[in-house]
Design a protein around this ligand. Sequence first.
Ligand SMILES: Nc1nc2c(ncn2[C@@H]2O[C@H](COP(=O)(O)OP(=O)(O)O)[C@@H](O)[C@H]2O)c(=O)[nH]1
Ligand SMILES: [Mg+2]
Length: 389
Amino acid sequence: MITLALAGKPNCGKSTFFKAATMAHAEIANYPFTTIDANFGVGYVRAVCPCRGLDLTCQACSGGIRYVAVNLIDVAGLVPEAHKGKGLGNQFLDHLRQADAIIHVIDASGGTDSEGNSVEPGSHDPLGDIQFLEYEMAMWVYGILEKHWQKISRSAQSKTYPIEKGVAEALAGLGIREHDITAAETATGVPLVKCQGETLVTFCHHLITISKPMLHIGNKVDETSDALIKRLSDADIHFVSAASELALRNAAAGQLITYHPGDPSFTIAKEETLSPGQKAGLARIKALMERFDGTGVQQTINKMVFGELDMIVVYPVEDENHFTDGKGRVLPDAFLMKKGSTPHDLAFQVHTDIGKGFLYAIDARKKMRIRESHVLADGDIIKIVSTAK
Ligand SMILES: Nc1nc2c(ncn2[C@@H]2O[C@H](COP(=O)(O)OP(=O)(O)O)[C@@H](O)[C@H]2O)c(=O)[nH]1
Ligand SMILES: [Mg+2]
């Protein structure tokens, strides 16, 4: 399962986003270091379930909307100079290594200063926060490499060991692959053996951006001035109101409204059951959703998974005629896979043994056998035939 980390300064709304997206309980409060350790939870990407188009009745989706699970980590607030151990220091960065991609939450309203303290909205320029996370992470990687650099370059010079291998070993466990290292080396434009100081920092910067896709989102857009909205949209920031999403999910759980996460709007169930305060609150959220095309929470997760991480959803079935598993359940599973994946990759994702015993696959929509090297498309329904059961 893929893992997305929510990172950023204290107070920008990570836990609110996390709670809305997972409906789990993370502490939500208005001061730095509420979250002293990462919170792990399960959130969802939203996809169109194939059942509707096939006229099937499916138990796994919600009115044709399919939510596919992803891991979410609510990383404790990160402050500038964290790589030197400031704030909770390397602990934050250590959590980030577990992530496939990072959602960098910024307080768009300018109500959080550079240390993560709550200030009057508009008194801090959120544009200044964009580069900070990438920088902290790059410096963190640099710190690790620097410690081992002499040894790594010495063995590379004596030609006993390729330098990329040495770097990969020093960074083992950070979720960085060897081809990320060669890609970062190319981007730096200086061979790794010649890197030191500044050029090594540049290399680390490239390595971080290559190995950990990052999306910067501007939260608290409900409190953000028009001028800041303009500035941040010019910087390509995607707007979010995590608090609005949380309110909607709570209202939906209490059956006050009908809302499917990711919908551009919601409908009120029974107008007369709402207090004047609730009515006003929901009206504000409705206006915000019209302006920004939803609250941005579900949109962020989808953008990350389908955009930055370039994934598709594939549905494995056992019975290609009824689109079911062995128990007759329609479209029981949905798998997130990298674009470019093949039926054989899918077989391995279902189970290692199924992958090892892979014989061939059937495209259930077309009832056609497909080659092992066939590239899967989003929404494909696939039966795998394997010697393993
Ligand atoms: N206005 C507004 N406030 C928010 C939003 N999201 C979070 N907050 C508030 O910002 C404060 C910090 O939120 P929290 O989620 O604990 O931030 P964290 O430190 O990044 O985890 C809390 O008072 C939240 O209620 C939002 O979308 N809009
Ligand atoms: Mg928090």
